[in-house]
Design a protein around this ligand. Structure first.
Ligand code: IFG
Length: 503
């Protein structure tokens, strides 16, 4: 009963594991201790068990976490793991700490919800598991509405349980600039001062942002910062008059239309601005990927757009990062090698979307798939919902969020060119972390399963391959963790949620 479904999980005839009062978490290998500390914290919050972590061989009844070259499934070093549960103990083996961390998430989900009972028992099982895609992402738009550090940490805790390993933060937009840039203090002093609806905005100081990056990294999640440009830039234009064509800064914007703003192409002040911003964001990003947006530049001529993006992407590459952009950036044919495109059109591509995303592949890059009609978490679950938007070809039910496949969207775009999947949460209508969680869970669990679990066979219909009723039953078990951790989620009708669940 695990989400995402593991590659191999089989019950064995061994006697169950009983978590006794003297059980310890035994660790060996690089990074195992920090993974064990997170397991210890999880067992404390999930079921009020206090275990000590010891750096010594396991004894009968211990939980062992071993990180070593030969551990984990053959050929899946990066994130694969093995998990064996039997009377003599629990053993997680992996070639990396990330793999061991994913093994811990599976173990957490195997601990029965009634784990507060004594004694806590886990049925004997053998798991061999690894992800289909290297990139399983969630995106939080902190620009339309701002979410303080504690909310983002809470969001990180929740996505980690689903083996999501990237958090894309949409840090800037027309309504807000949310990351302190030391050389450009007005971006947050002015640009960070409000939000959609005119409420108080907010921003992350560089120290707070470094703290978030570290918090995520401890949970083997890489943060992907997005500085959206040249469109979606009213907050920056309102903060620095010299960025505007006539030197007049526009008012701060608190509405929700898109496409009206643009930075200038080939403009001296804008070039200096880009160098300052990209330099500081790259320095704050230990990860490989730096997102520069490029979506909905309806006020930028095509020629200016192409020149702007190729210049900005070159600055990102010069700073040692790999640029990422929404699929419209595929209009450029001189992108730095390896630039990644994020597809956000529908399961059936419209307009130029297919050729735009293939353009990244032609330039040596890859695709992250976020089809808006099934993977956008800000789309309503059902007609008439108070929160959410409904521009993406109708509501997105949980089964719609599950029953698609990234390699069956763009002809010619197969797994070899797909980095993975991401579910964006745009926050025009989402103001609190509880609302954000309710839009995100359970649908992110569906996208996480698509990103991790084995692909449907070519001959299989996606709907049948994804077996929604079985997924729904596994999801009901995960919900017991959401109840234990106080994570909000939408109790969609199609899932047999646990009785004790909070209303
Ligand atoms: N499109 C815009 C977002 C947001 C979204 C809401 C992208 C790449 C619609 N751009 O999605 O800023 O407004 O669903």
């Amino acid at each position: 009963m695990v989400v995402p479904r593991p590659v191999e999980l089989e019950s064995t005839t061994d006697a169950p594991f009983v978590l006794g009062p003297t059980a310890r978490i035994s660790v060996a290998g690089a990074g195992a201790e920090s993974v064990a500390a997170l397991l210890r914290d999880a067992l404390r919050s999930d079921c009020r068990r206090e275990l000590v972590v010891v750096i010594e061989p396991p004894e009968y009844g211990d939980i062992a976490i071993v990180v070593a070259d030969h551990e984990g499934p053959e050929g899946h070093r990066e994130e694969g793991y093995s998990l064996d549960v039997a009377a003599e103990g629990v053993r997680i083996g992996a070639a990396t700490a990330a793999g061991a961390f994913h093994g811990v998430q599976t173990l957490r989900q195997l601990v029965p919800a009634s784990c507060s009972d004594d004694p806590l028992t886990i049925d004997a099982v053998r798991v061999r598991d690894y992800p289909r895609y290297a990139y399983r992402g969630a995106m939080l738009d902190v620009a339309r509405h701002f979410f303080p550090v504690r909310d983002v940490e809470r969001f990180i805790d929740a996505i980690a349980l689903l083996k999501v390993n990237h958090l894309h933060l949409h840090l800037t937009d027309d309504q807000g600039w949310r990351l302190e840039i030391l050389s450009r203090p007005e971006l947050t002093r002015i640009g960070g001062s409000t939000a959609v609806g005119g409420g108080a905005g907010g921003f992350y100081t560089q120290d707070e942002y470094r703290g978030l990056v570290a918090y995520a990294a401890e949970r083997h999640i890489a943060i992907v910062p997005e500085i959206d440009m040249p469109g979606h830039t009213n907050a920056a234009l309102a903060s620095y008059p010299e960025l505007n064509p006539d030197g007049d800064a526009p008012d701060l914007y608190t509405g929700t239309t898109v496409g009206f703003s643009t930075l200038l192409t080939g403009d001296e002040a804008t070039e200096r601005f880009l160098a300052d911003v990209i330099g500081e964001v790259a320095a704050l990003t230990p990860g490989r990927l730096l997102h520069i947006g490029g979506d909905e530049c309806l006020s930028t001529s095509r020629g200016d757009f192409v020149r702007f993006i190729e210049h900005a992407a070159a600055l990102v590459a010069a700073a040692g990062k790999t640029p990422v952009g929404w699929h419209e950036m595929g209009a450029c044919d001189a992108l730095p090698a390896g630039t990644v495109g994020q597809y956000w059109d529908f399961r059936t591509p419209r307009g130029n979307a297919a050729e735009d995303i293939l353009s990244f592949v032609r330039q040596g890059g890859a695709a992250i798939m976020s089809p808006a009609d099934v993977a956008y978490l800000d789309i309503v679950y059902a007609e008439g919902d108070a929160i959410g938007q409904d521009w993406a070809d109708g509501p997105t039910s949980l089964s719609a969020a599950l029953q698609w496949d990234p390699a069956r969207i763009v002809p010619g775009l197969g797994d070899a060119h797909i980095l993975g999947v991401e579910a964006p949460l745009w926050t025009e209508t989402v103001e609190t972390i509880e609302q954000a969680e309710e839009m995100t869970f359970p649908r992110l669990a569906a996208v996480a399963e698509i990103g991790w679990s084995p692909a449907p066979a070519d001959t299989e219909q996606v709907e049948a391959a994804r077996d929604f009723p079985a997924f729904a039953r596994r999801l009901a078990a995960v919900a017991e963790h959401w109840d234990a951790s106080g994570t909000s989620y939408r109790r969609v009708a199609e899932v047999p949620w646990p009785e004790g669940a909070r209303p």
